[in-house]
Design a protein around this ligand. Structure first.
Ligand SMILES: C[S@@+](CC[C@H](N)C(=O)[O-])C[C@H]1O[C@@H](n2cnc3c(N)ncnc32)[C@H](O)[C@@H]1O
Length: 290
């Protein structure tokens, strides 16, 4: 059988998987982002610890592993085998059992069978094709670090994620904010490009190596509202991450007192509609009606 050709997004994440966590470790700015992210996740978690969670675009497993430590059963899904290897190693180091399910190299995998709360399923899958995952299988789905951006058909991927939710379940996704892409086109004097970008949200992830660039879609708050309406999900929260220019003033985050005060301010403002345009990322939680 001919070898499957990896997509650019898969190749890129396979290459960086071994160093991925190190990129963020010990950086005050990223630590602050992670603190805000975790507190926002906690706000939307199911009350019942027997709920089953899914970390999509899980990377090395940062958020899914935290959910496991919080007491939930968690499945993991990513397009990058190497990222999944990192997550699997960390699960094993925690003494947790997992099984690997491969939808990318096995185009028609056997149905996964009943879920065991003690065993994490690790899906090697593309969010552009989630057909192997059963309907209404998860109570909480988290996708941090913008995996929906990287899909070829984000509306279809969103539809599939909504399908995986059980009634009453919540989908929490971060996405790139389209309103933050405007300067890039204006800086190049590319008004035609700007018009197209604002219409479609399509652009490229700018990697140093041109072979590692891959297409992405950036989203507007209005579009997020539209996708939720279309899938009959209730939008329970939409925040900017971050609405304060914390990256520009990241040195202030080295001082614990200033950091805590700034994060308090950030979290008191991050749902303000007028400030969403400031944020490089939008993060939303959408609930499937009971
Ligand atoms: C920026 S990383 C974020 C990883 C992790 N969620 C975190 O917050 O640390 C994005 C992840 O999404 C995965 N990804 C990108 N496109 C995907 C797709 N179409 N299907 C599944 N995973 C995808 C990448 O392989 C990568 O691991």
């Amino acid at each position: 059988m001919p070898r499957r050709v990896r997509s650019p997004v898969e190749r890129y994440h396979d290459r960086v998987a071994g160093v991925y966590d190190g990129i963020y470790a010990g950086n005050a700015y990223w630590e602050a982002i992670f603190a805000v992210t975790w507190r926002n996740i906690v706000r939307h978690l199911p009350k019942d610890l027997s709920s089953r969670c899914l970390d999509v675009g899980c990377g090395s497993g940062r958020w899914g592993l935290r959910l496991i430590r919080a007491g939930y059963s968690v499945d993991f899904l990513d397009i990058s085998q190497k990222m999944l290897d990192q997550a699997a190693n960390r699960l094993a180091a925690m003494g947790k059992t997992s099984i690997r399910l491969d939808c990318l190299n096995t185009p028609s995998p056997a149905p996964p069978g009943p879920a065991d709360p003690r065993i994490s399923r690790i899906w090697h899958a593309d969010m552009d094709n989630l057909s192997a995952l059963p309907d209404a299988s998860h109570d909480f789905i988290v996708g941090q670090g913008d995996p929906l951006n990287c899909t070829e058909k984000p509306r279809q991927a969103f539809k599939d994620l909504a399908r995986l939710l059980r009634p009453g379940g919540v989908l929490l996704l971060s996405v790139d904010n389209r309103l933050q892409g405007i300067d890039h086109f204006l800086g190049k004097g590319d008004v035609e490009g700007l018009e197209k970008f604002l219409r479609t949200g399509r652009t490229q992830w700018i990697a140093d190596d041109p072979n590692e660039r891959y297409p992405i879609t950036m989203f507007t708050p209005g579009q997020i509202r539209g996708m939720c309406r279309e899938r009959k999900l209730e939008l329970v929260s939409l925040i900017g991450k971050t609405v304060l220019p914390l990256r520009r003033f990241k040195d202030l985050l080295d001082d614990p007192a200033k950091r805590n005060a700034l994060l308090r301010l950030e979290e008191s403002l991050h749902g303000e509609e007028a400030l969403l345009a400031n944020a490089s990322h939008l993060e939303f939680a959408a609930r499937k009606p009971d």
